[in-house]
Design a protein around this ligand. Structure first.
Ligand SMILES: NC(=O)c1ccc[n+]([C@@H]2O[C@H](COP(=O)([O-])OP(=O)(O)OC[C@H]3O[C@@H](n4cnc5c(N)ncnc54)[C@H](O)[C@@H]3O)[C@@H](O)[C@H]2O)c1
Length: 354
């Protein structure tokens, strides 16, 4: 049995415990949270006896093989480094860290341990294998563009207590781009086998639309809308747009266009449809459904933790190891750098550390 510990028992930490406490190959030995009341409630609910407000106690606990780190991004990396230094496997929430420089420090400390990031959650959709193999088979021809268009309307009413860290650059590393962009980038780059190499980006970011200015937490300074064009090797373009509080109709799609067809994934409220259109020798378009499935958030939440335990058990790589999370962080850093310079093109660092 793999012995897991978890630091952070907030909104997503609770979801992780629902999964981790039901895994056949793992047990949750201890939990930590700064909030003593939340800690006591969580420990009672999940029957986890060892509970501490000091994450250090959990990190040095010799009864733990791997730690799930579900604390806000701004405080996560120093704790993650300690986890790795104590020779424990590590699963970090998304975004992987505040920036790519922090990810490099984690990679330096990894030294053979399993270390993964939860940005992979959409690759636990059941369409992933079919999408991956359709793209690898060359059915859409030579890849030209990868498009992400995800525009979410505001919630139906003003949120009562929006988390103070969620749109705060210092506490969260950014806004919508880090909150959701890592999922998009992980999905589209992941199903392409991480073979598309980003070179440079030109981007713009926008703050919350004025009518919703008091719908976000006081002190928020990060973007709610980002648009970026990422130039990649082999003349491939990644065209990226994501927004929340979008004053328009909702849209959520990832698509891949080549010179012989287009594969699209439409993410609805309750279902996900992956379709492929290809052109035959006569120029006729043929439209077919690849996979249609219900959108079950519980399955998406369960994916990273289940995969983490499996990776420790099997010695296989986790779905998104730090080296690939680094690519996402580098694109993210370059998008923010470009937006800060009024949309000027910024190079994206690449190295071959694996
Ligand atoms: N809320 C979501 O749906 C969601 C989904 C996926 C990922 N995430 C990511 O997970 C992270 C946490 O999000 P959340 O919504 O669970 O936040 P949250 O505020 O609900 O929970 C965070 C918890 O971490 C605890 N904490 C903070 N610093 C700590 C420390 N040093 N030691 C021990 N405990 C500490 C807090 O007391 C709090 O209970 C964020 O980076 C977020 O982007 C959130």
């Amino acid at each position: 049995m793999i012995r897991l510990g978890q630091i952070g028992c907030g909104v997503i930490g609770r979801k992780h415990l629902e999964t981790a406490t039901r895994l056949p190959n793992a047990t949750v030995t201890a939990i930590a949270d700064l909030d003593a009341e939340l800690l006591a409630r969580t420990s009672a609910e999940f029957g986890i006896e060892k509970a501490t407000t000091d994450a250090g106690n959990l990190i040095s606990d010799s009864d733990i093989d791997g730690i799930i780190l579900a604390v806000p991004t701004g405080v996560r990396t120093p704790i993650a480094l300690e986890v790795l230094r104590h020779d424990k496997h590590l699963l970090v929430e998304k975004p992987v860290a505040m920036n790519a420089a922090e990810v490099l420090t984690l990679i330096d400390e990894q030294k053979g341990k399993v270390a993964g990031c939860c940005s992979c959650r959409y690759r636990f959709l059941s369409n992933t294998a079919a999408v991956q193999s359709a793209l690898a088979s060359g059915r859409i021809g030579r890849l030209r563009t990868v498009r992400v268009r995800a525009l979410a309307p505001p919630p139906p009413s003003r949120p009562e207590n929006p988390p103070h860290w969620r749109l705060n650059r210092q506490l969260n590393g950014g806004g919508i781009l880090v909150n959701w962009g890592c999922y998009d980038l992980d999905y589209v780059l992941g199903v392409l086998g991480w073979a598309v190499r980003p070179l440079a980006v030109a981007a713009r970011t926008f703050q919350v639309p004025e009518p919703y200015a008091d719908w976000i937490a006081p002190g928020s300074d990060a973007e709610t809308h980002v648009i970026a064009q990422v130039r990649c090797e082999d003349d491939i373009v990644l065209d990226y747009e994501r927004a929340e509080f979008h004053p328009g109709k909702p849209e959520f799609s990832w698509s891949f266009s080549g010179d012989h067809g287009t594969l699209s994934i439409l993410v609805g409220n309750d279902e996900v449809r992956a379709t492929i259109v290809t052109v035959d020798k006569n120029g006729t378009l043929n439209d077919s459904l690849l996979v249609e499935e219900p959108l079950v958030y519980a399955n998406l939440h369960a994916g990273p933790v289940t995969d983490f335990a499996h990776a420790i058990d099997s010695g296989n790589s986790p779905m998104t190891p730090l080296t690939q999370a680094l690519t996402i962080a580098r694109i993210t850093d370059a998008i923010y750098a470009s937006a800060e310079r009024g949309g000027r093109e910024i190079s994206i660092e690449n190295d071959t550390r694996k």
